[in-house]
Design a protein around this ligand. Structure first.
Ligand SMILES: Cc1cc2nc3c(=O)[nH]c(=O)nc-3n(C[C@H](O)[C@H](O)[C@H](O)COP(=O)(O)OP(=O)(O)OC[C@H]3O[C@@H](n4cnc5c(N)ncnc54)[C@H](O)[C@@H]3O)c2cc1C
Length: 479
């Protein structure tokens, strides 16, 4: 039987997850396959990267995984990562008020305070801001369609203070994008579910069902860094599958319904293709196969972000603030957007005498960290952290990591955009599928899941194509 030749382009978590799922399907269905993973960089992981800072392996891209689906833990277990799993020492965090760090109140859902008159909420929003949010069940406010922008809807419901002081900084921490642009249904579908339960958003959120008892959910990481997950996924594939430092330049139609994939080393034919890339990179490759789809994919916008990991002598700070870190709301000239106290959040990173911080800079429409050199970036960040935390010494070591593109912006209209992209992909006469953070969630768990979804879609397509073909010609070796 001639093996099916399948290519995955992009060895981030989405692409690796897709490659592993294709490998699994080929074994389960006893269909020989030759899988090739093309990756532009000299390593796997994409936006997941662990690096040494002051002798510690820390994450300089994604640094924690929010597990909502128990099957994620099963996947990690199957990869032999049980002993590597770590949970945060603390998940409480603060928001910089302009003068001091104010703890994020307990009982919020993506920054929406379920009980606005609680003292913690009053500290965050002020008495008028809290009162305004408290009145939502009586005043109600605007209704919302799934693909509308989140900011105006929540402002109409809860008032400006709740959005500016809680929701927007929290969204910025996840999406590096502003509440007024992001799509409710794409970034906060649980708010729509709450409105399905009750006309009042707050009442609906309070009725939200609790996670089933015993469900393994919450934030996790890996002792040796999240890149280990990418390495384990890659390690499960045939060693010859992985082609690092091999950017794909284009995909073109080839005879017999195949696709010709072009790299700097020549071109090869494949029976199926998974593009697990940022949308603009997928657009470039699809220009030759599907120009209309490529145009649609180019509409997805991204934010750019830098992480700056800093090791200070512990004596640089007189008193460590509690919690896992803080977020900084938007204001003109903002330098640091968030800071994680890495060794408080992750106890395994604690070392005597060292304070380990990770700052984030940049975000939607704010590309300055890409435009300055490392020394300027580190000095600016240190100057601002000194103000926020009262640091008295300079860092012993700093590591800068720039991410461009970093995070797709699920703007209002994202759901319609995704439907349109998926319809165009389904209508292609070539077996190509798309996967990755651009479509169904930016978090690592969503990307792992999307890789599996895309692989299954491709496998199904190849199966039905082969079934149709085998009616015409027997013994072609397809599933
Ligand atoms: C700074 C930062 C912090 C984050 N923090 C978290 C977090 O704490 N928790 C969380 O869950 N998520 C976090 N995320 C989001 C998450 O890391 C990403 O959404 C996810 O890793 C994206 O995976 P992906 O495989 O879809 O894409 P990517 O990781 O972008 O992978 C795409 C791969 O394709 C390769 N590529 C591009 N073009 C080509 C080409 N032409 N040919 C071959 N290869 C190509 C790239 O080199 C890359 O390796 C963070 C993201 C960033 C940037």
């Amino acid at each position: 039987m001639t093996p099916l030749r399948l290519a995955v382009v992009g060895a981030g978590v989405s692409g690796l997850s897709a490659a592993c799922e294709l490998d699994r399907a080929s074994h389960d269905d006893r269909v020989p396959c030759q899988i090739t993973v093309f990756e532009a960089e000299g390593r796997v992981g994409g936006r997941v990267l662990s690096a040494e800072v002051r002798g510690q392996r820390v994450d300089v891209g994604a640094e924690s995984m929010l597990v909502r689906d128990p099957s994620t833990i099963e996947t990690l277990s199957a990869l032999g990562l049980d002993g590597e799993l770590v949970r945060p020492g603390t998940t409480s965090a603060s928001i910089w008020s302009g003068r001091r760090l104010v703890p994020i109140p307990k009982g919020t859902s993506l920054g929406v305070p379920l009980h606005p008159l609680q003292p913690g909420v009053v500290r965050s929003l002020g008495p008028w801001g809290s009162l305004r949010a408290f009145l939502e069940p009586w005043l109600l406010g605007p209704t919302v369609s799934p693909d509308d922008p989140l900011g105006p809807f929540l402002e109409g419901r809860l008032g400006k203070a709740a959005v500016r002081r809680l929701v927007d900084p929290l969204l910025g921490g996840v999406y590096a994008g502003p509440a007024e642009l992001l799509s409710v249904g794409a970034v906060a579908p649980h708010l729509l579910s709450a409105l399905g339960r009750d006309r009042s958003l707050l009442r609906g959120l309070r009725q939200q069902p609790a996670a089933p008892p015993g469900a393994v959910t919450g934030f996790i990481s890996l002792r040796s860094g999240l890149q280990t997950l990418a390495e384990k996924l890659a390690g499960g594939l045939d060693p010859s599958a992985l082609r690092l430092q091999t950017p794909v330049r284009g995909a073109w139609p080839a005879p017999l319904g195949q696709m010709r994939v072009e790299t700097g080393q020549g071109s090869e034919e494949f029976d199926g293709l998974v593009l697990a890339l940022p949308a603009p990179s997928a657009a470039e490759l699809l220009q030759g196969l599907a120009p209309e789809l490529a145009r649609e994919l180019r509409r997805q916008r991204y934010s750019n972000v830098a992480t700056i990991t800093l090791a200070y002598p512990e004596s640089a700070i007189s008193r460590r603030p509690p919690g896992s870190g803080f977020l900084v709301p938007r204001f003109p000239g903002r330098v640091v957007t968030a800071c994680t106290f890495m060794d408080q959040k992750w106890p395994h990173l604690r070392r005597p005498g060292i304070l380990l911080l990770r700052a984030s800079a940049g975000g939607h429409g704010d590309d300055w960290p890409l435009e300055v050199d490392d020394a300027t970036l580190v000095t600016s960040v240190h100057t601002h952290l000194r103000r926020h935390l009262g640091l008295r010494q300079v860092p012993l070591e700093a590591r800068v990591q720039r991410w461009s593109p970093a995070l797709p912006q699920y703007r209002a209209g994202h759901l319609a955009w995704r439907d349109s992209v998926e319809a165009q992909v389904a209508a292609l006469s070539y077996p190509v599928v798309l996967a990755g953070a651009a479509y169904r969630g930016v978090g690592m768990e969503a990307c792992l899941r999307d890789g599996v979804r895309a692989a299954r879609a491709l496998w199904q397509r190849l199966g039905s194509a082969a079934a149709m073909e085998s009616r015409g010609r027997a013994g072609d070796g397809h599933p």
